[in-house]
Structures are given as C-alpha cells and as structure tokens.
Design a protein around this ligand. Structure first.
Ligand code: PBG
Length: 346
C-alpha cells in the first residue's frame, strides 16, 4: 500500500511494514555495542595537537579570560606541560608566544631573535619531552607593534619583505629544535621560500605544516587576547587572509602550497569550514589538519558555563566532526581535557 499525506496520525503499522520492507535503520542504533561496531569515524589521542601560550617569567600562569581553562605559561611550566602531553600520548604541541609589548616593533624584529620566547620555549620543551612533536607558528603578528602578520608600509602589508623576514624566523626556530614550521600568515610564496631556506641550512627533516586556507575570521578574537594583539591590531586582515565566501580559492592555495613543498595543509577556523576540509582532502589526499580556533572553544565553553549546552558532549561531538569531514588531526584547546578522558576510558 502507499503512504498518503495526512495518514501520519493514524495507526499504520501494517502499512509501514510494507513500506519499510525490513529496512529499519534504527536496528543498528539500538544498543551501545552495535553503535560502536558500526561507527564510521573515531577520534583518538593521535588526532590531537595541543596549542600552548607562553609568556616570560618563572612559575607564571595567567588565565586567558575569554578562553576558560586556558592559560599563558612561563617556560618552566610549559616544559612541564610538554611532559604531560607525553604522558597523555598527545603527539604534538603548537607554541604561541605572548611577546612583551616593549619588544614589538613595526618589522616584528623579535621574530628573528634566536633568544626569543618561542625559541627558548622550544628548547626547554624539547629537552623536557623529546618524543613530543613541536610545531612553531611562523607569522609576525605576535612580534609587531601593529598586530599584523607582515611588514607594514602605510596601509599595505608588504608580501616579499614579510616572506624574507619569515624565512629568518623559521631558521631560528629550526635551530631551536622545532619539528614543524607552520606559516600562519597567508603571504604568497612563503612555503617555497621557507622550504628553500630550511634546506639551505641543512634542515631537510623539518616539516612545513601550512595554514593553507586561513580565513579572515571573527573567531580568532580570544587568541588575540591570549597573544596580546587585540588592542593593537589596526584594521583587519582581509588583504591577506581569505574571504569566507570562497572555497575554489582554497583549492588553488592548497595546490600552490603543495607544489612549493608543504608536507601538510591546514584549514582554519574549523567547524564553520568543514566543507573546505572535505574538499581539500578529496582533491589532494594529503595530510590535512583543522584548527578548532579560540572563538570556537570560547563559544562552547561560554554556552556550557551558562548551562545552555552540555560542554563535555559538545567537545566530543565538535572534534569528531573534523574526523568525519576528512581531517587527519585537529589543533584544539580541548586537547588535554579530552586526552585525559580518553586515558581514563582506557
Ligand atoms: C597568527 C595566528 C592567529 C591564530 C593562529 N595564528 C590569529 C590571527 O591570524 O589573527 C588564531 C588561532 C585561534 O584563534 O585559536 N597569525
């Protein structure tokens, strides 16, 4: 028999049976054991990259108000945190510095100082936990007085001058023991230039994880609090970061980065851009990472603090979504929290 509109309210058991002909999707969902057996994607500790904010001083731990549960740590505490990453089995940490405002200038000169905060943190964390991969961001914004990712001339971010400065920054980071250079600036040609600079200095083994499709986004706000660029940033980053309406452009960015020698690519922010992750993964079939950025973390934490959503479940669900979309791993501020839960579950 056919199922007519308007019949919904009436008992239709025999009619429904006829329609379903044994195709009952809910059968597989009935029990936990069955749901576990048929789950298509799973999240493990091997998927996590833990972003860490470092600050000068000793035994310093400063809350980032817009990121509950996240703190800026002095190097001694960051080294202890690297040990914790090792204990939890988290494969890698991404390091971001809160640079003393007095050290920031228009060129981002501190970025190329081999004794800068990132380099000192890298050395200390490597010594504390050699088995944990260290990813260092290469962009000038934590070091510039204007908060932009590049060298500024008037209103213009100079591309090639910025790339040259980033190559020098990448070299001091590699010398400090960084395993992965992650350019997060969106200048043109930076991946190839950094690859040549690294190879020229004998750092053939140092990877490049490119922030390939990085969008000019409102979701970076809390991060800019954490690294202290929110107050100083003049204007926005739309002349170098991508427009949120675009996805073909992400394919062209990825093609360039891979041709220039990127070992892995990244999409950022994460959750609003799952389609971009899927498209890049399907197109290039290379290691593809997602960055669940500060604003995404803050939204989940804020809604949970208000009792509007279940924060724990939202954490798991939001991170699993990246795997489902095709990501190989996720940079997430939830990394230690979810890794502890994973460990407790065994
Ligand atoms: C710096 C950089 C940013 C983030 C990572 N590296 C901010 C920006 O581009 O303004 C954002 C990360 C986050 O929001 O969690 N180039």
């Amino acid at each position: 028999m056919t199922f007519h509109r308007g019949d919904e309210g009436r008992p239709q058991t025999s009619g429904l049976d006829d329609i379903l002909k044994g195709r009952r999707m809910r059968r597989l969902r009935r029990a936990d054991w069955s749901r576990r057996l048929v789950r298509e994607t799973t999240l493990t500790v091997d998927d996590l990259i833990w972003p860490v904010f470092v600050v000068d001083g000793e035994n310093v731990r400063v809350d980032v108000p817009s990121m509950p549960g996240v703190q800026r740590l002095s190097i001694d505490l960051a080294a202890a945190q690297a040990e914790e990453a090792a204990r939890l089995g988290i494969p890698a940490i991404a390091i971001f510095p809160y640079t003393d405002p007095d050290l920031r200038d228009t060129m981002g000169s501190e970025a190329v100082n081999e004794q800068n905060l990132v380099c000192r943190a890298t050395r200390a964390m490597k010594a504390a936990a050699p088995e944990v991969g260290l990813i260092t961001d290469v962009a000038l914004d934590p070091f510039t007085s204007h908060g932009h990712d590049g060298v500024l001339a008037g209103e213009e971010i100079l591309n090639d001058e910025t790339v040259a400065q980033m190559c020098r920054a990448a070299l001091v980071q590699a010398a400090a023991g960084s395993d992965v250079i992650a350019p997060s600036d969106m200048m043109d040609g930076r991946v190839g230039a950094i690859r040549r600079a690294l190879d020229g200095a004998g750092y053939h083994h140092v990877q490049i994880m490119s922030y390939t499709a990085k969008y000019a986004s409102a979701f970076y706000g809390p991060f800019r609090d954490a690294v202290g660029t929110n107050k100083t940033l003049r204007g926005d980053k739309r002349t170098y970061q991508m427009d949120f309406g675009n996805i073909d452009e992400a394919v062209r960015e990825a093609e360039l980065d891979l041709n220039e020698g990127a070992d892995s690519i990244m999409v950022k922010p994460g959750m609003p851009y799952l389609d971009v992750i899927r498209r890049l993964k399907d197109t290039f079939a290379v290691p593809t990472f997602a960055y669940q950025v500060s604003g995404e973390y803050a939204m989940i934490k804020a809604a949970a603090a208000n009792g509007w959503i279940d924060g724990e479940r939202a954490m798991w669900e939001s991170l699993a979504a990246f795997k489902r979309a095709g990501a190989d791993g996720v940079l997430t501020y939830f990394a230690p929290f979810i890794a502890r839960q994973m460990k407790a579950r065994g």
